[in-house]
Design a protein around this ligand. Structure first.
Ligand code: ADP
Ligand code: MG
Length: 258
């Protein structure tokens, strides 16, 4: 099967500090891949190299290759803004645009892409809010501020905003860590639905969540303080949680460190 994402030899720095080293992996379309590993092992850094957000940090630099549908995201002449349109991102803290209405939050990306037709905006906003399982809760108050929603609703609003521009890939960095258990389950259910249409990569510190939502799990670790994070293994989630190939993975998932 064609790879949606194909990373080879990826190393990322913050100035002189090498945060992650020599990471290679492939990700299939319409799958959920979970990144797990102890704090500081570079999960967020690696995630941000997949849509060229790492280089936005001062001193942020990348070596190696990231192919999206066989095209090198770091190739000469590739526009990072168009990369971020194809590879969307949802953050740990829901971050709706605070001064914008629910409608305008979801329409923001389309408007940036030059869509002005009201009927088209209406259609996409409705479809995206439905896709994020939020439509029924907000359809009567689309002109109210997005910031007035609960945390769980705000996170689904951010997901609606991300999917409105039809990205190929959706990156999520601990999207539930600021949410209560019910909102967390709502997001997990949603991830199961969204993978029919999108390729999803999720960072989570919650083992049960990784086991519940993902098809594949990647375990990252670092050899010691100041050492770069590395990919230890990536495999089917079932296998990682029942019979991983590497002892360190087993130790981590059974709670012996991290
Ligand atoms: N903005 C930054 N500037 C400098 N170093 C950073 C920055 N963000 C992360 N790092 C460093 O990169 C390494 C990996 O961090 P991170 O990707 O946040 O790990 P994780 O998400 O697995 O907790 C850590 O050593 C961290 O201190
Ligand atoms: Mg992180």
């Amino acid at each position: 099967m064609a790879k949606r994402i194909d990373v080879s030899g990826l190393t990322a720095y913050y100035g002189a500090h090498k945060a992650i080293e020599d990471i290679s992996m492939t990700i299939e379309p319409r799958s959920v891949t979970a990144f797990i590993g102890p704090s500081g092992c570079g999960k967020s850094t690696f995630l941000r190299t997949l849509n060229r957000m790492h280089e936005v940090t001062p001193g942020g630099r990348v070596e190696g290759k990231v192919l999206l549908d066989a095209e090198d995201l770091y190739g000469a002449g590739v526009d990072p803004v168009s990369v971020r349109r194809e590879v969307g991102m949802v953050f740990q803290r829901p971050n709706p645009f605070p001064t914008m209405s629910i409608f305008d939050n979801v329409a923001a990306g389309l408007r940036l892409n030059g869509v002005t037709k009201k009927s088209e905006l209406n259609d996409v906003v409705e479809k995206s809010l439905k896709g994020a399982n939020l439509w029924n809760e907000v359809k009567d108050r689309l002109n109210k501020p997005g910031a007035g929603l609960s945390g769980g609703q705000q996170q689904r609003l951010c997901i609606a905003r991300a999917i409105a521009v039809e990205p190929k890939v959706l990156l999520m960095d601990e999207p539930c860590s600021a949410l209560d258990p019910i909102s967390t389950l709502a997001i997990e259910d949603l991830i199961g639905e969204l993978k029919e249409r999108f390729t999803i990569v999720i960072v989570t510190h919650n083992m049960q969540q990784a086991a519940r939502v993902s098809d594949r799990t990647a375990f990252f670790n670092l050899a010691g303080v100041g050492q770069p994070g590395r990919l230890i293994e990536i495999d089917d989630t079932e296998r990682i949680f029942s019979n991983p190939s590497v002892q360190a993975t087993e130790d981590y998932i059974s709670g012996r460190f991290g």
